[in-house]
Design a protein around this ligand. Sequence first.
Ligand code: ATP
Length: 235
Amino acid sequence: EETIPALDLSGVVSGYEDTTVLRGVSLTVPRGTAVALLGPNGAGKTTLLRTVCGLLRPTAGRVEMEGTDITRLAPHRRARLGLCHIPEGRGIFRSLTVRENLIMQSFPGGESAAIERAVEAFPVLGERLTQTAGTLSGGQQQMLAMAQAHVRSPKLILVDEASLGLAPVIVDEIFAFLQAVSAEGTSLLLVDQFVVRALGIATTAYVLRRGEIVFGGPAAELMSEDVFARYVGGA
Ligand code: ATP
């Protein structure tokens, strides 16, 4: 049903052994849209993505994916439901080749289709299939991480700081890819230091500060100067 969101968090409390980071976070990613999650360093953005993908378990609250309660589900079961997490630092296997990294994400018998799909998205990967992933440039490694996600045709992708440390021209390519994926109907939850770019492809934006949502609304609203200054600038 159209009205069931891709992702819905309500009252999520989560963090690490001795530290509560998220203090009752509620957030919705409507199906087929991109949502930007902004906020200063240490606000809890990465913690939120880790909680959604199941690496961290909330101590209170609920996480739903397409109406299914996934709060206590193991990460691999969430992946099977169509959730994909591209972590900060990319999460690729540096000692394996590009081809091996891609094949690992493919369905049995779907190896060549997976490689085709990846190369279609990022042609440069096609020229480097036998190269060890750790020897790719930072930008190419990020493209591989994106391609790995793409190969699985996920319903929802969590993207953590994809553009960190990359040249502007590569960042353009990464964002163009994310925009295309979003236009195809994949839902996205994006954390990125390039706030304006993230807002450019997002329909909705949330601002997290000290583990609490302090703004949630249309991305366009945050683009206005005073609202931006109030919630994002000078945080
Ligand atoms: P950044 O942009 O700097 O990554 P963030 O908004 O993603 O910031 P988090 O990485 O989620 O923030 O960190 C939120 C808080 O959790 C910080 O105070 C951080 O020190 C703490 N934290 C992060 N990882 C751990 C960990 N493994 N164990 C304990 N505390 C952690």
